[in-house]
Design a protein around this ligand. Structure first.
Ligand code: F0G
Length: 462
């Protein structure tokens, strides 16, 4: 019997990419202020900045672009999307948005009042921004294992029910409008939560009248890990598991630029029609009419098809996560410290361990991401202190326990040979790690600073 998996597709169209010289990359990274977000993609060889909006669509999705209905109101493609979300996620009410943060904005505005607390299994940058923007305070209730890169816990995205209960006791459930539960937690390294944990979290919250809102952006990848790791799920399809995940929640925000296989789009999905009505009232002011919410008809058509396609067979997600694991295992075998178990959407390199000579406030992960680009043209992203930002109350940096470089893998875009080149590039940088120095800000934006911050090397260290 054949044990290897292969991609359940063949390639019909290709897009050339360009290799650059070391000298060109030196100019490019300096011009980008040592921030990989500020590089031009033409200067990037293999782009692992993000898995967001970078997937390759199928021929069926591309065909959908041609038949998308561009009616301003009541588009046929909107109703296709409504049907796809009902069928795959099981939510009745659909509020379409231009992307995930649009949905987070609306959800935060309709549910949070100043002084509220929003527990969550680790923060995500835009999610926490919108919670704080609405006057709320995010409280991290993820299990402690999530902060230890080497801990092999199979469900490092789990909610710590003791931490959650303690918060409820301390502030009272009236001050907690909802819990934000992320599937396959991005900032923890693409780590899943278990069905048992989600079920228990949901029971505890509902007992106290607290809503359960999922960030279901990567629910498919979470479902795959449940199938692999949680007893009783091995014979279920990922389609069934995704439905069960959502069944424990009152709604979800989704950035469709990930699991859903489109380049733009997102939605807020709810069960309560009254809450959906409130959301739609804001939607028309901030995103667009309630039957397009910032997407064109063709975007919605491609999205509806992407949602159907992602769960049509388990083979898609097997190959997707399989490719991430392939890269991760190659690096682990070569002794590169990574977040383990290897996550669903990317490989997360432990910059704190690789660069112990750089203090956290000299941005080790930022420096490592810049160095990797310089060495080979591979673009990753900082997920450490720069991403964590500052505490709005004190103005100090948040000092996250994880200081990571994320190599996020777009879906259906790169081959195994690309992954081999990435692995070699990381090994080369690792060999020269002692020569990597820290950075300091030359420009620090007030919020979501990682997107546009600029840095310079600290050269004259004592
Ligand atoms: N939630 C999660 C878990 C995400 O990973 C993202 C985006 C969002 C919400 C926001 O969605 O970008 O469509 O507005 N993550 C991207 C990333 C940016 O690279 O991880 P968006």
């Amino acid at each position: 019997m054949i044990k290897s998996w292969a991609e359940p597709f063949k390639i019909k169209m290709v897009e050339p990419i360009r290799m650059t010289t070391h000298q060109q990359r030196e100019v490019a990274i300096e011009g980008a202020g040592y921030n990989t977000f500020l590089l031009r993609s033409d200067d990037v060889y293999i782009d692992l900045l993000t898995d967001s909006g970078t997937s390759a669509m199928s021929d069926y999705q591309w065909a959908g672009l041609m038949v998308g209905d561009e009616a301003y109101a009541g588009s046929r493609s909107f109703y296709h999307l409504v049907d796809a979300v009902r069928e795959v996620y099981g939510y009745e009410e659909l509020v379409p948005t231009h992307q995930g943060r649009g949905a987070e904005h609306i959800l935060s505005q309709i549910l949070i009042k100043p002084g509220d607390y929003i527990p969550g299994n680790m923060y995500f940058t835009t999610t926490r921004f919108h919670q704080e923007h609405a006057g709320g305070k995010f409280v991290d209730v993820i299990i402690d294992e999530a902060f230890d890169p080497e801990d092999q816990h199979p469900f490092k995205g789990n909610v710590d029910l003791d931490k959650l209960s303690a918060l409820i006791d301390e502030v009272g459930s009236e001050q907690i409008p909802y819990i934000s539960v992320e599937t396959n937690v991005n900032m923890a390294g693409g780590q899943p939560l278990s069905m048992a944990n989600l079920r228990a979290t949901s029971e505890l919250c509902h007992k106290h009248g607290i809503l359960v809102m999922l960030d279901a952006t990567r629910a498919l990848e979470n479902a795959w890990f449940i199938k692999q790791r949680e007893g009783g799920y091995e014979d279920k399809s990922v389609a069934e598991i995704v439905r069960e995940i959502c069944s424990y929640s009152d709604g979800a925000t989704v950035s469709s630029k990930k699991d859903n296989l489109v380049n733009i789009g997102g939605f807020l999905a709810l069960r309560d029609p009254k809450l959906a009505e409130k959301a739609r009232a804001l939607l028309v002011a901030f995103e667009g009419l309630h039957t397009y919410g910032g997407m064109s008809g063709r975007d919605m058509e491609a999205l509806a098809r992407g949602i159907e396609e992602m769960v049509a067979s388990d083979d898609h997600v097997r190959a997707r996560v399989g490719q991430v694991e392939y890269l991760g295992n190659r690096l682990l075998k070569a002794g590169i410290p990574l977040v383990q178990p290897i996550g669903g959407h990317g490989v997360f390199i432990d910059a704190m361990t690789i660069l112990p000579h750089i203090p956290q406030d000299e941005f080790p992960a930022q420096a490592l991401a810049a160095e990797l680009y310089l060495a080979s043209g591979v673009r990753g992203m900082e997920r450490g202190i720069v991403s964590a930002g500052r505490d709005p109350a004190t103005g100090d940096h948040h000092y996250p326990k994880l200081e990571l470089v994320r190599l996020a893998i777009p879906r259906r875009v790169y081959t195994q040979a690309h992954m081999d080149v990435v692995a070699e590039s990381v090994l080369e940088v690792h060999e020269n790690r002692e020569s990597v120095g820290g950075l300091r800000f030359t420009y620090e934006p007030e919020s979501l600073r990682f997107f546009q911050a600029r840095f310079e090397p600290i050269t004259n260290r004592p």
